[in-house]
Design a protein around this ligand. Structure first.
Ligand code: NAD
Length: 358
């Protein structure tokens, strides 16, 4: 499905730093960017992805082809394939896992709940099982989500807040990851850092997410469906630029202690922009970058798992990871639109032109 180079997995795993990092989900948005960043600084990097068709796969193959040219090899494999996971961890001496593969998307969980259980719970446990039988055991940084804050109304969200009222099955699986991480740390001494990402956007982004799908609609002159809360209140999101998220992931890889009974930790951090804005403001940023007005259609929010507001308190990540989000929404959107114009300079692919996000 994509142009393979002569790159081998062994070359891709060669490290100048002593770190060999398996990134799950390199066909995906965040995994792609993290793989580029870690490879660039000299880490050995291996990727894997099952290329699921939740959104058009063409962009996943393009990401992976770009990674190949940068020296990162991606295996086509599923997290649930235990013999593959055992093999890749041991054969290449993986020291760290950046676990980003998951069935993403809040609303789609109402359509296909089993895919969330399979990738995000069974797949995650399978990965941890494979890790615990390695000697030494790798350190694991994994993606959680701001969605774990669910119906929490205290704002901004801090890691100290209770998170036991998920609004979607997706959120429930992410919370389950954090609890599963806790047990693997407690029983086996695996070291695990969970990162609660807040609505990530940027170049090579996800077509199912608002910035991307709204851009397609603005270009086509189609109306944007904008959800409203009770009393016509506006939805707010702490949109976070991909480069800031990558910086947080890289810092987490660097700071996570070894997976031994004596040193291992189990922690979670918010990675957000600490600047929530309304969806209408996001549209204004898109309009300025694209140079065209959007048609807006405000509709009541359906009960499909969205929450009214997300807002990150990132003081813990600032203190312990040195995390510092630096990209304003307008600057980040300008970079996204620059990429989008170049990537689709010959028009949308057929697959993308007919895609309707769930
Ligand atoms: P993405 O969908 O672009 O990437 C995930 C990748 O994982 C996909 O390419 C998919 O094919 C792959 N995958 C899914 N199930 C798999 C399996 N069983 N085996 C192997 N590969 C599998 O999503 P993303 O935006 O890059 O998200 C990365 C991680 O961050 C996910 O865990 C997601 O839940 C989390 N997250 C993302 C955001 C965001 O705004 N992008 C916000 C919060 C949390």
């Amino acid at each position: 499905k994509y142009q393979k180079t002569a790159l081998t997995a062994a070359e891709s795993a060669k490290s100048k730093t002593g770190r060999v990092i398996l990134i799950t989900g390199t066909g995906g948005f965040v995994g792609f960017h993290c793989a580029l960043a870690l490879k660039k600084r000299g880490d050995g990097v291996l990727g894997m992805d099952n290329f699921n068709s939740y959104y058009p796969v063409g962009i996943k193959y393009d990401r992976v082809e770009t990674l190949e040219r940068a020296g990162v090899y991606t295996f086509k494999a599923d997290l649930n394939d235990r013999s593959f996971m055992d093999h890749i961890l041991k054969e290449y001496g993986v020291t760290h896992v950046l676990a980003l593969a998951a069935q993403a998307g809040v609303r789609y969980a109402t359509k296909d709940p089993a895919s969330y259980v399979s990738s995000n719970i069974s797949g995650f446990v399978n990965l941890l099982e494979a890790c615990r039988f390695c000697d030494p055991m790798p350190r694991i940084v994994y993606a959680s989500s701001s969605s774990v804050y669910g119906l929490n109304t205290v704002s901004p969200f801090s890691e100290e807040h209770q998170v036991d009222r998920p609004a979607s099955l997706y959120a429930a699986t992410k919370k389950a990851n954090e609890m599963i991480a806790h047990t693997y740390n407690h029983i086996y001494g695996l070291s695990l850092t969970g990162l609660r990402f807040f609505t990530v956007y940027g170049p090579w982004g996800r077509p199912d997410m608002f910035a991307f799908s709204a851009t397609i609609k603005i270009h086509k002159g189609e109306a944007l469906k904008i959800f409203q809360g009770p009393g016509g209140s506006e939805l707010e999101r702490d949109f976070t630029f991909i480069d800031d998220i990558v910086a947080g992931c890289v810092a987490s890889v660097d700071k996570i202690p070894a997976s031994t009974k004596e040193t291992a930790h189990c922690k979670v951090y918010n990675l957000g922009n600490k600047d929530p804005v309304t969806v209408t403001y996001m549209i204004e940023c898109l309009e300025r970058a694209i140079g065209k007005k959007a048609i807006k259609n405000y509709v009541p929010m359906p009960p499909t798992g969205d929450v009214l507001k997300t807002s990150a308190d990132v003081s813990l990540a600032e203190k312990e990871l040195g995390y510092k989000p630096t990209t304003s929404l307008q600057d980040g959107i300008n970079k996204f639109i620059e990429w989008y114009d170049e990537y689709y300079k010959e028009g949308l692919t057929k697959e993308m032109a007919s895609y309707v996000p769930y």
